[in-house]
Unconditional design. Structure first.
Length: 401
């Protein structure tokens, strides 16, 4: 049986970042497996491309800020546009937003507080201020190409000796007392079989077994399945999120970053006369549903909210869209650390809508934990260990989008 050093299950942006950092730290014999390296179902290819550090918890602010600084150093390669986030708040959330802005500013991430009048003066396209109790503008946040970031991680990882193996689905594990001794993989034939396998019906293809020194769960929305195979606790659930792309002949938002309305609809310039917008209906049940509801979703959830805020949005035209999965935890912060009760298993997943903006720092944090046994650059990253749920030390973030 083939022996490997670190086996990373999942080659999305999290697994790819971890692989790069392990290679940078001199780890040898790192193998990443995924049934679909192209990422047809991977959230890292299906998101909105927003990056911000305006979170509530220090650990999330710090790790997003560190990541965004790295993106800024590679702005051209990553298509990073530092154009800010303008976030409009209704009265129920405004007080909290002002308190969190204090923490964000104190940690060095600048956030301006604006009145509704200042918003309409500075962003004349917003011509209805009804319901706006206040707004924040964070100029160092922005937009990015997540695909470019992921490919950067992968190519640096490969240069450092990491092997990415496509068409491999982890389907089983053996444990000896408190350690994983063997991981069984199913070979997937083609792209169609790859995403069918993620939907729970792996083809009856050839199998192989690996004997890894350590195993990492980086399976994104499928992390709960890998956690079950590992025999550790399960804290992750997948929820569908939809995005629409639509055209406006009258509006050029190319100079702006992300704008978030009081209703929770978020949108930004995509390319040409196209805009991208998303909305997360509250209370969506856990599912692996990738169905995009098409023009019906756009017309019921996105368009009316935009048109109510900006009269120019009365004239829009739905073009296309897609659905992807958020991996959520009970407190909406990621899971990063060792797996309880399994001494050679680690996990980095369930970023709860923050996986792109946190990916650089998250990969570094886990790579340092794996190679040195403790957190180094981000001491606060220990707060993302899943044992927090049992200990009552949660890191709650409210997800409005
Ligand atoms: C609509 C939408 C909008 C979003 N917007 C943003 C945003 O603006 N900014 C932001 O930062 N984040 C955003 N996110 C969240 C972000 O996309 C995710 O947090 C991030 O991509 C997670 O990366 P990942 O590597 O953990 O998971 P993924 O990219 O999903 O990768 C997981 C990988 O694991 C593989 N895998 C699964 N099971 C197995 C198995 N058994 N064996 C081997 N491999 C397996 C899968 O094939 C997949 O490639 C958004 C997400 C969605 C859905």
């Amino acid at each position: 049986m083939e022996e490997v050093g670190t086996l990373i299950i999942g080659a999305g942006i999290a697994g790819s970042s971890l692989a790069m950092h392990l290679a940078d730290l001199g780890e040898e014999d790192v193998v990443v497996v995924d049934p679909d390296l192209a990422g047809v179902r991977s959230s890292s290819e299906l998101n909105a491309g927003g990056v911000r550090a305006t979170w509530w918890r220090e650990v999330n602010i710090e790790m997003c800020a560190h990541s965004i600084e790295y993106y800024g150093q590679h702005a051209e390669e990553f298509g990073f546009r530092e154009k800010g986030y303008l976030w409009l708040y209704g009265p129920e959330l405004w007080k909290g937003a002002t308190q969190h802005a204090q923490t964000q500013n104190a940690l060095g991430w600048p956030v301006e507080l604006l009145t509704a009048d200042e918003v309409v003066a500075r962003w004349p396209v917003i011509d209805n201020k009804e319901g706006i109790a206040g707004a924040t503008f964070s100029p160092r946040d922005g937009l990015i190409s997540p695909h470019a970031v992921k490919e950067h991680y992968r190519s640096r990882a490969r240069a450092g000796g990491v092997e990415f193996r496509d068409r491999r689905l982890a389907v089983g594990m053996d444990r000896d007392d408190d350690a994983i001794t063997q991981v069984r993989l199913c070979h997937i034939e083609d792209g169609l079989a790859a995403y069918r396998s993620l939907e729970g019906s792996p083809e009856d293809g050839p199998r192989e077994a690996l004997r890894p020194l350590r195993v990492v769960n980086a399976a994104g929305p499928w992390a709960a399945k890998i956690a079950r195979l590992m025999g550790g606790p399960v804290h992750s659930r997948a929820v569908r999120r939809q995005i629409s792309v639509f055209a406006s002949q009258d509006l050029d938002l190319s100079g702006q970053g992300m704008i978030v309305d009081t209703t929770g609809v978020y949108f930004h310039h995509e390319s040409g006369n196209l805009l991208l917008g998303g909305y997360s209906p509250p209370g969506d049940p856990p599912s692996y549903d990738f169905t995009y509801d098409g023009a019906a979703f756009f017309e019921s959830e996105i368009w009316p909210r935009l048109a109510a805020r900006m009269s120019v949005m009365d004239r829009l035209h739905h073009v296309h869209g897609w659905a992807g999965l958020y991996a959520l935890t009970p407190d909406n912060s990621a899971i990063l650390g060792g797996v309880e009760g399994v001494r050679n298993a680690f996990e980095i997943h369930s970023f709860s809508g923050r996986g792109i903006m946190q990916s650089y720092a998250a990969g570094l944090a886990l790579a340092e934990l794996i190679t040195t046994g403790r957190h180094q650059t981000f001491r606060r990253a220990e707060r993302l260990d899943a044992r927090r749920f049992a200990r009552g030390h949660e890191e709650p973030e409210d997800l409005h989008i």
